[in-house]
Design a protein around this ligand. Structure first.
Ligand SMILES: [Ca+2]
Ligand SMILES: [Ca+2]
Length: 404
């Protein structure tokens, strides 16, 4: 009897093992997805500190630092500049659309005339007339889900958190925090204002009673705060000890989980419109710039994009989640595809196949019918070309996807 030393047919265990190795290699290879840029433009003379989509997804606003210190409004589909709102003071640090998208809140840094002290001021622009209709103390802005309540907080000597209703400017809260504020956010329902400190804690304030609800023990300087669309979570992120995204329950102050990729610092965080995905602009431990995506429910890192060498200061989701926008330290504004979105999967079952033909036809011909039939999907999944429009130009590329 000879010992069998030759390897003939692999056992099922070996096949399964090999398959797992191949899958693992594929998973590792897909961990950094190639970036699909829809458009990019150098619209600012200096660093873009903030970007935001309008509620209808048709416009993108960006705010730049000195010397232009301007807000530019772009066509979200192709990056055509629609308006430039002239600069004020030493730069724009924060922009959000408000008032159903008819207005824009822009937080500025201003330097005193007599003493060179910095403070923050927020201007409310009417976008039709391109005029300033209101102004509030504070440079970090955040808007509730309805778009009517505007938080403005902090910067320099301003240690206040204010909440005002637009249009009209009615004051809902004016809270003196006593702290050097480095980030702020308003909950989706407008009931809670969050302010982050350089020292590391994040305070949650009741807007109605103007009182401190609780303090979240975020470690290290806070650079970004965001509430999930259902206010189930508040995310805090920053640098130092806290170069991770913390997810807290605002109601109890409990730390639910942390999203950690070993990064050096995080510039910005944004929940996807459905609240299921967290996007963050990060610098890695070797100071490479990345945009990361995590699954909120279990903290799994889903995707990483490499946007180049310039710092990503700000990230934003389009309302449909088909695209993202980001602003760079070199003055560029970029709109790119959401890497988690499978173009052509128009019925959102995770596959691009013949089952997508009918929803594709509906998406490009009858959007109302499409939305009624697929309420949890989005017609932008039919935008196979990635030009921001789901239309007849997508037919041939969609057919090619089906046949390949
Ligand atoms: Ca499908
Ligand atoms: Ca298209």
């Amino acid at each position: 009897m000879t010992r069998q030393t030759t390897r003939s047919a692999p056992s099922s265990v070996e096949v399964v093992t090999t398959l797992f190795v191949v899958l693992a290699i594929c998973a590792a290879a897909s961990a950094e997805t190639s970036l699909t840029v829809v458009w990019s433009t150098t619209g600012h003379a200096a660093s873009v500190q903030s970007v935001a989509f309008s509620p209808d997804g048709q416009r993108v606003a960006s705010g730049g630092t000195s010397p232009d210190s301007a807000v530019v409004i772009w066509d979200a589909a192709d990056g055509a500049p629609l308006a430039t709102l002239p600069g004020h003071h030493a730069g724009v640090i924060s922009v959000e659309f408000c008032g159903d998208g008819a207005q824009l809140a822009a937080g500025h840094v201003q330097i005193g005339d007599v003493y060179p002290v910095q403070s923050g001021v927020t201007y409310i622009w009417d976008l039709d007339s391109e005029t300033v209709v209101d102004s509030f103390l504070g440079g970090f802005v955040s808007v509730d889900a309805a778009g009517g309540d505007v938080l403005s907080a902090g910067w320099g000597i301003v240690r206040d958190v204010g909440v005002h209703r637009v249009p009209g400017g009615q004051e809902l809260a004016d809270i003196y925090t006593g702290d050097y504020i480095t980030a702020a956010a308003l909950s989706a329902d407008g009931a809670i204002a969050a302010s982050g400190k350089y020292e590391g804690d994040v305070d949650l304030w009741s807007v109605s009673s103007e009182s401190l609800m609780r303090t979240l023990a975020h470690g290290g300087p806070v650079r970004a705060i965001a509430f999930s669309p259902d206010d189930q979570y508040v995310a805090t992120a920053g640098q130092g000890e806290g170069a991770v995204v913390y997810l807290w329950q605002p109601g109890t102050g409990a730390l639910v989980r942390t999203l950690d990729a070993g990064d050096a610092y995080i510039s910005d965080v944004a929940f996807s419109p459905d609240g299921q995905t967290m996007m963050a602009a990060v610098s890695t431990a070797s100071f490479e710039r990345r945009i990361r995506f995590w699954n909120v429910a279990d903290g799994a890192l889903l995707e990483t994009l490499n946007p180049g060498d310039d710092v990503v200061n700000s990230v934003a989701w389009s309302p449909s989640a088909a695209t993202i926008a980001y602003g760079l330290s070199n003055g560029e504004v970029v709109v790119a595809r959401n890497p988690l979105m499978l173009a052509g999967d128009v019925n959102c079952d995770g596959l691009v196949d013949f089952g997508d033909i009918n929803p594709f036809v509906a998406a490009i011909t009858d959007e109302a019918l499409y939305r009624a039939t697929y309420p949890n999907c989005d017609p932008m999944y039919a935008d196979v070309t990635g030009d921001g429009a789901a239309d007849f130009g997508d037919i041939n590329p969609f057919v090619a996807l089906l046949l390949n």
